[in-house]
Design a protein. Sequence first.
Length: 399
Amino acid sequence: MSMETGVHYPLHLDALPKGWRAGYVGDFAKEIEPGFASGEHNQTGEGVAHLRPMNVDRDGKIDLSVTKFVSGSKDDRRLAVGDVLFNNTNSPDLVGKTAAVSVAGDFAFSNHMTRIRFADDVLPKFGALQLHFLWMRGYFKYNCVKHVNQASVSSRTLARGVPFVWGPPATQERIVAEIERQFSRLDEAVANLKRVKANAMHFGRATVEVLTSPGSFSTNVMGTVTDVAVSLDNMREPVNKTERAKRVGTIPYLGANGQTGWIDEARFDEELVLVVEDETFVGRKQPFSYYFSGKCWVNNHTHVLRARRDLVLPKYLNLALSYYPFIPLTTGSTGRRKLTKATLMSAPIRVPDLMTQQNIVAEVDRRLSIVREVEAEVDANLKRAQALRQAVLARAFAA
């Protein structure tokens, strides 16, 4: 693909097309200003939308679906259409994400974001795309201040240390128009891929729910979870990240959503079914449980069950609990709720005989293997789309 303008200019070379200028971001900006910190956020829509690093996505767009709100005014830290948001503090892989504000709204922005107001002869999207291209190429990852888990780019560094090239406004418009044309094609392809992945996930869930539904088999055991499993919650123990860093090992450290790290000692060495205890239940897309076999250590955010092997197979028990209607049984706030041990163990359950369980597990494995293949192919194509997006920017902003 080549840009329709025919203008390909290098960021780091002195030889620019006639009429172009090279410098630093501050040479072409009227204002470079970080936002303000806020300790109190809400998701009720009260106050002012407070844009944070997660509001700039990997494609260089403003994402308002994850917006939180603040009650503070800070009128001088409001955003307007044409402002450019730069993520100044984040993990090294994410610092530097950039997007132009293209919709009107009452927006403030956090101190982890920097507002750039370019000079009148710089098209905001042209500036945002150029900086986002640097992020995609890893420029900020290797040219920023590193902390333990975060990296940062100060307003001074952004102004005086980040390269920027300027071209005639009419050329900027043509470049942005061509980039957006190419991106719109990629956006459509990505949306289709995500629909395929969502449908695959729905198929996987439906498979588990249908095959483990009591209406699909003759019941062998009808009772509660206590009748078919033993709780091993008393063997759990949380170990924070700092302490685990002192106990480096090869044993998986498990939480509500699977493995979260490693540790030097095992508390379990058997087949287990782990059920979410303290997590986001409402709107959760992941299963409520998962199966694990072997040596591990489990924290206190997931219940630990040992199947009564004479009545239920561990893998079947996991399937039966994966999408169990736990939400009405939980307590706590809408966002983060709790499933108590007593409630879990008293939850009604019906299981078929062991041979039927074995057949169901095998059939679920067969169907889910197809789902996994589809998801893997979709993920590979999503990565290709991201690479193509970078290639489009490279055609515009690199030699």
